[in-house]
Ligand binder design. Structure first.
Ligand code: F6P
Length: 541
């Protein structure tokens, strides 16, 4: 029996029918205790689900579905290293990366906790060498520029976190500048190489597989640039200017990274779950080793909550189940991520990869085709800017969209009133938008008399996630909450969130097309051939 035929699913389906005519404005009018009943907090985060189209009964039925799918056992399986990544037959142990050193975790007879902390300490030692000017470029200059080269999980997490924790930048970083390069076409690198000094630049090549063409193309260009600038042999350049962070040491060595410049992690760390490993080196460089550990500790706090709290008050579980309600029972397939804090500008892109690469799947763990929806389309933007871009569609378009509003309750502590006023302005806008999306123009007295193009229908569901303050701990907890949400949804949908076979074929086809631009030999399709011909004509002119 597939989950959509199961008793818990069918009960939710008929419950959804019984609620189908109920507007959020009625739900609020009927129950003044909605916020008290439907908001939950843990590990620096408060999640308010009262603006979701749910009642107490909905939550009970959703928890029933989670229990039916044996969620508590599946959570244990994740933490204890069972092979939850079935298509690649391995565990997904990103939670182990943020466990304290004293907590052992034995995997095939080896305490991986020891290995994890060994790698963390090696990373910290390298960070210190760079901070205190001991790491030198080819002419003896201390490092002034660090460039992280990576893509996807080897770029988005560190980039997002460095921006989010900008206020926690350590003094140890002195005047070192940190950059991120990911784009395959070389545009970021082209701009950067004109501005930086080769002798004092260090590249961190971050790649789990060490075979991602985007990252290798950027790394090759960077190395060529250094060799040309210095006139020195490539081996010497690699020694002084490249660190490799990878789960494929042999490939990093083959590319030319000396072993002493390598930091390793493990194949049981998914790429999009990897910033807690040495892939997070850029975060440690910017914020300092201590703050990186605070970031891990915050995630660990959420892990403990996820593993031990009852399902009925478990934040990641509730976030996931409310998502399931929207997607599978209210037929909402668009999800906007709206942080009301500019420091979280990269959170939408990060969550796009986390959610869509994990749960954008259409077959079950055993390979059967699904006949129910899985991951919705996610997109987002810093909320106040998005208000001037796509909120029109949220308020008056034809699509139902679920939204996550995310904001810190405190900001600019110790600053003047001007900046505090701006924080308050952002919060007021955050609350105004979610209120209007939920209640529509019923917030006005005489809305019914307005012309139809000025009406707001409301009833768009949203969750507001407030963190106390944006710190390494709260940010770690927030991201861990989303990771676990994704896992819970995968358990309900019976899919594997830890593989990404859908991105492989594109890579192969691109490789096979490379030669076609200079030497078109194989027949593809009229569109591809026509476009290649156009490029060739432009080159000849
Ligand atoms: O192509 C998708 C992907 O494999 C992601 O899952 C991953 O985060 C990214 O590419 C980068 O991979 P790597 O770290 O192996 O270079």
């Amino acid at each position: 029996m597939t989950v959509d035929q199961s008793p818990a699913w069918l009960a939710l389906k008929s419950h959804a029918q019984s609620l189908s005519n109920k507007h959020l404005k009625e739900m609020f009018a009927e129950d003044p205790q909605r916020f008290a009943k439907l908001s939950f907090s843990a590990a620096h985060c408060l999640a308010d689900f009262s603006k979701q189209r749910i009642t107490d009964d909905t939550l009970q039925l959703l928890i029933g579905l989670a229990e039916q799918q044996q969620l508590p056992q599946k959570i244990e399986a994740l933490f204890t290293g069972e092979h939850v990544n079935t298509s690649e037959n391995r565990p997904a142990l990103h939670t182990a990366l943020r466990q304290p050193k004293e907590t052992p975790l034995v995997l095939q007879g080896v305490d991986i906790s020891k290995e994890i902390h060994c790698s963390l300490e090696r990373m910290e030692a390298l960070v210190e060498q760079i901070h205190n000017g001991q790491w030198r470029g080819y002419d003896g200059s201390p490092i002034k520029t660090v460039v992280n080269i990576g893509v996807g999980g080897s770029d988005l997490g560190p980039l997002m976190t460095c921006r989010a924790l900008n206020l926690f930048t350590t003094d140890d970083i002195r005047d070192i500048e940190l950059h991120f390069v990911s784009s395959m076409d070389g545009s970021q690198l082209a701009r950067l190489l004109n501005q930086i000094d080769p002798a004092s630049t260090l590249f961190i090549v971050s790649s789990k597989s060490f075979s991602t063409i985007d990252t290798l193309a950027n790394s090759n260009t960077a190395r060529e640039w250094l060799v040309n600038a210095s006139g020195l042999p490539v081996e010497l350049i690699s020694q002084h200017h490249f660190i490799g962070v990878t789960a494929s040491p042999a490939k990093a060595t083959e590319w030319g990274i000396p072993e002493k410049n390598q930091l390793h992690f493990w194949d049981w760390t998914g790429g999009r779950y990897s910033m807690w490993s040495a892939i997070g080196m850029a975060i440690a460089l910017q914020t300092g080793n201590q703050n990186f550990r605070r970031f891990l500790a915050g995630a660990n706090l959420m892990d403990t909550h996820f593993r031990t709290a009852p399902l009925t008050s478990n934040l990641p579980v509730l976030l996931a189940m409310v998502g399931i309600w929207n997607i599978n029972f209210l037929n909402i397939h668009a999800h906007a991520i709206l942080p009301y804090d500019g420091r979280l500008e990269h959170l939408p892109a990060y969550l796009e990869q986390l959610e869509m690469e994990s749960n954008g799947k259409c077959v079950t763990l055993t390979g059967e085709k699904l006949n129910y929806a899985t991951c919705p389309i996610l997109w987002g933007e810093v909320g106040p800017n998005a208000q001037h871009a796509f909120y029109q569609l949220l308020h008056q378009g034809t699509e139902s969209v679920m939204c996550d509003f995310i904001a810190p309750a405190l900001r600019y502590q110790g600053h003047g009133d001007e900046l505090k006023a701006q924080h308050q302005l952002a919060l007021a806008n955050c609350l105004a938008q979610s209120r209007l999306l939920a209640l529509g123009d019923s917030v006005l007295e005489d809305a019914a008399n307005a012309p139809s193009h000025k009406r707001y229908r409301g009833n768009q569901p949203s969750t507001t996630i407030m963190i106390d303050e944006l710190t390494p701990e709260s940010f770690g907890a927030l991201i861990a909450m989303y990771e676990h949400k994704v896992y819970v949804q995968s358990v309900i949908w019976e899919i594997n969130p830890f593989d990404q076979w859908g991105v492989e074929l594109g890579k192969q086809v691109a490789t096979s097309l490379l030669d076609q631009f200079s030497n078109p030999t194989t027949t593809t399709d009229s569109s591809t051939e026509g476009l290649i011909r156009f490029v060739q004509q432009q080159r000849q002119e």
